[in-house]
Design a protein around this ligand. Structure first.
Ligand code: ADP
Ligand code: MG
Length: 422
């Protein structure tokens, strides 16, 4: 679903109150009855004003009326939830305008936004429950069983969990984006001016980068964590070129004739333009503890992902086998390493919440015919397969793109981006 913030400016204060009322009502009601919306919103204009706002909101798709319902009721759409989150960020002065979508991930939309100084940031909108309609038959029973609003609940959990981990990792000195703010099913973070490893065809030293990434896996393990989706889409590679002027200057002052001095200096300059690459890790909603029942499987899968990618892309094969889970397990909490799995668990995530989320992420992955790997469409051209989180079965979700399409996704970062003020 594409976030289109255009209608935001046309919403009145009453409309916002009614939208918030529908959100609040959906905590206990799958369909929020009109009288309840009225009661929560308490508009000065009473029932008439509430109705007017309801129809304004329904017209722009922020709430939806469910026709076959026994009673007159509305539910919030993803669009409505997006607007509420944006509204919150605007009131916190964290977001002033919304730019383009840079990514459609497996379970999210990634938008470039800006604050009022024009500084660009990334808004990640979690969209769990965005299941493939191709598998709707097998999913229908599951959807029926779910209580209303579970997509909202699960997407919010994903955002909260991701924000908590990003913060914990950042505080511990891991190279991850800076988490700025969180609201509902979204998180706001630093824009990393880098491309996913997926889009990089060459690196100066594959062996060194491989070693660095394996070291990240081991360092996470030491802190009690497994990334769980450690692959080429979730590793951004910052490339920095350092010109070593000193070497060039030395070459030109060797007392040779002018011409050869000039050429040797140019050659030296070229060979001494050192490129350093720094991996920055993203995407944390699926992180698991080293104590998880399937920890070994997740750990091995992360390691295998990196190995396979380095083999295919850079023809690099590590000489050593491993690393192995049993060895990593022995390091958990060693040398005074803080257990970040415990830190996050202590910040209010119950086992049930983590289980719910894990099940939802797994089902979503299975629904897309994936074995848990991040190999789905990343095309920016996905103009929607869904508008309704748990929609009717008349919609066909957009086919997942092929490999080639994935690489169009993320353009250069700090580029000119049309921003739509809120
Ligand atoms: P998903 O969970 O849907 O896979 P990700 O968090 O992995 O979502 O983000 C999807 C893509 O968006 C990434 O592969 C990356 O290209 C881009 N992206 C995400 N966060 C950032 C960021 N902070 N800075 C720059 N690009 C980002
Ligand atoms: Mg990802």
């Amino acid at each position: 679903m594409k976030l289109d913030s255009k209608a935001m400016r046309h919403l009145t204060a009453d409309d916002w109150r009614v939208l918030q009322a529908v959100e609040q009502g959906s905590k206990n009601h799958e369909l929020v009855p009109t009288p309840l919306i009225e009661k929560i919103a308490r508009l000065r204009g009473g029932a008439g004003s509430t109705r007017k706002s309801i129809s304004a909101l329904a017209k722009v798709g922020l709430i939806a009326r469910v026709k076959e319902a026994k009673y007159d009721g509305y539910r919030l759409t993803y669009g409505g939830l997006d607007y509420l989150a944006l509204h919150t960020y605007a009131s916190r002065k964290h977001i002033y305008s919304v730019g383009t979508r840079i990514g459609v991930g497996k379970e999210s939309d990634i938008m470039i936004v800006a604050d009022d100084t024009g500084a660009q940031k990334v808004l990640k909108i979690h969209r769990l429950g965005r299941i493939s309609f191709r598998t709707v038959k097998s999913n229908r029973d599951y959807l029926r069983k779910r209580q209303g609003g579970s997509w909202m609940y699960l997407s919010r959990l994903a955002a909260e969990k991701e924000f908590a981990f990003m913060k914990a990792l950042r505080d511990e000195g891991f190279l991850v984006p800076e988490p700025i703010s969180q609201s509902r099913h979204t998180i706001l973070m630093d824009l990393i001016d880098a491309f996913p490893l997926r889009q990089i065809s060459q690196v100066p030293d594959p062996a060194a980068l491989y070693a660095e990434l394996i070291a990240v896996i081991l360092r996470l393990a030491k802190h009690g964590l497994i990334h769980g989706d450690f692959n080429e889409f979730n590793i951004l590679l910052k490339e920095e070129r350092e010109q070593q002027q000193a070497a060039a200057a030395a070459a030109s002052s060797k007392g040779k004739d002018a011409e050869s001095a000039a050429s040797s200096s140019a050659a030296d300059q070229e060979s001494s333009a050192k490129v350093t690459v720094t991996p920055i890790i993203i995407d944390f909603p699926q992180m698991v503890s080293m104590d998880h029942v399937n920890a070994e499987m997740y750990f091995d899968r992360d390691v295998a992902c990196i190995k396979r990618f380095f083999e295919r892309r850079f023809h690099f094969v590590a000489t050593e086998p491993g690393p192995f889970f049993k060895d990593a397990k022995k390091t958990v909490g060693k040398d005074g390493a803080t257990r970040l799995d415990a830190t996050v668990a202590a910040s209010g995530f119950t086992k049930k919440m983590l289980k719910d989320l894990e099940a939802a992420i797994r089902e979503q992955q299975e629904g897309r015919g994936e074995g848990g790997e991040d190999e789905t469409a990343r095309s920016d051209g996905d103009e929607d397969g869904y508008d309704e989180p748990y929609g009717s079965d008349d919609g066909e979700e957009q086919e997942e793109g092929e490999d080639e399409a994935e690489d169009n996704m993320s353009g250069p970062r700090q580029a000119e981006v049309d921003q739509e003020a809120l």
